[in-house]
Design a protein around this ligand. Structure first.
Ligand code: V47
Length: 360
């Protein structure tokens, strides 16, 4: 293994990339600290000691969804107790409250609602943009774009243009889950395939919008499935350059229907973040989503190749419905303190990674 670590170190310093086989060997290795050191080196070369965070707010307009993914504790059928759909006024109140509190981004996602018309989504974006013109709208995923296309009879390209016209600024990275078809069949059989997710995201990039990418890990997938997922993202990024950040999402098992899944330990979480940093040489940012990782692992991740902490969030439902023990909101000061105590420089950013200033 020592020889492999040396080779990977040389590759990182020389600007080369590691192979899928090498990434798999790293997943199977037990040397967490060696892997972490390599990831820290890769990150330091790209981002120095700067760690980004943003002031944002999540708005989940509805949890009613025609897909019933077994990993998801958030989704409800139309008939089920606990289903909700926010009125436009409620959505706008949340957006205005966030904007007044200094949010630069509103992150809007929801279930695939069986009844809301296509016009609702355009009106929602346009109304938020009108009420909060300075705020960046990061909304929907490839899964919703595909659904809107079917709902409206318009092409994916037309839907993207409609959403851009209504104020869409970029897209989050959700819905990717794990691309491997055999696992996808078990955890989200009704969802679009991994290939379709990649195809839609490519169209979004070609239309000039940036997106993120995620990977849901710690359920039924193998290490080889994780490497396959990373390799497909790296290949798409080579073609478009449209991804900003990669966000591994640690699976939360409570209230879900994934048989035998136990959730993710600290070692696996850190190793996955670190290998992602090493493998995805064409991604500038690796983001720790503290909601799913917990605050302590998210902070330690800053020594394992991570250079971005999301965010103030404010009202998180998807992870918390599945048993996440993290808080639902973090004050900006708390994020700054976490970053500083990890020996890094906290830098507030906007959604497109323009620096808004080093935190004081
Ligand atoms: O696609 C659902 C995941 C995603 C569970 O791009 C779960 O900036 C863990 O994509 N345990 C939505 N994860 C969240 C998401 C996201 C979050 C923060 C930032 C960004 C970004 C994107 O949440 C879903 C799914 O992969 N998810 N259920 C669960 N039980």
């Amino acid at each position: 293994m020592e020889a492999l670590y040396e080779q990977i170190r040389d590759r990182i310093v020389g600007g080369g990339r590691i192979t899928e086989a090498e990434a798999l060997t790293l997943f199977e290795a037990k040397d967490l600290l060696e892997i972490g050191e390599l990831a820290a080196l890769a990150n330091e070369q790209k981002n120095g000691k700067r760690v980004y965070f943003n002031v944002n707010r999540h708005i989940n307009y509805s949890n009613v969804c025609v897909n019933q993914c077994t990993f998801c504790a958030f989704c409800k059928t139309a008939e089920e107790k606990g289903g909700y759909t926010l009125a436009l006024e409620e959505i706008l109140d949340k957006a205005k409250e966030a904007s007044n509190a200094g949010a630069t981004e509103i992150h809007v996602v929801g279930g695939l609602h069986p009844e809301l018309p296509y016009g609702f989504y355009l009106e929602m974006l346009a109304s938020i943009k009108k009420a909060c013109p300075q705020v960046h709208l990061k909304a929907f995923t490839a899964v919703e774009i595909d659904y809107f296309s079917k709902l409206s009879g318009r092409s994916v390209e037309q839907v993207i243009e409609d959403l851009k016209g209504a104020g869409l600024g970029s897209m989050p990275g959700g819905g990717a889950e794990i691309f491997a078809p055999a696992v996808r069949e078990k955890i989200c059989p009704e969802k679009i395939t991994g290939a379709r997710w990649l195809e839609v995201v490519e169209k979004v990039h070609r239309a000039g919008l940036k997106t993120n990418a995620t990977m849901l890990f710690g359920h039924l997938e193998s290490y080889a499935d994780r490497v396959d997922h990373l390799a497909k993202l790296r290949a798409l990024q080579d073609r478009t350059g449209g991804f900003q950040a990669f966000i591994p999402l640690a699976f939360q098992p409570d209230n879900t229907r994934v048989p035998g899944a136990k959730g993710v330990g600290g070692v696996d979480a850190l190793k996955t973040l670190a290998i992602s940093r090493i493998f995805l040489d064409n991604f500038q940012h690796i983001k720790a989503y503290w909601v799913m990782l917990g605050l302590k692992i998210a902070q330690v991740a800053l020594a394992f190749g991570v250079n971005d902490l999301d965010g103030t969030v404010v009202e998180e439902k998807i992870g918390h419905d599945a048993g996440a023990e993290s808080p639902q909101i973090l004050a900006k000061e708390h994020l700054v303190d976490m970053i500083r105590k990890a020996g890094k420089i906290p830098v507030e950013r906007d959604t497109l990674y323009r620096e808004l200033g080093e935190a004081t």
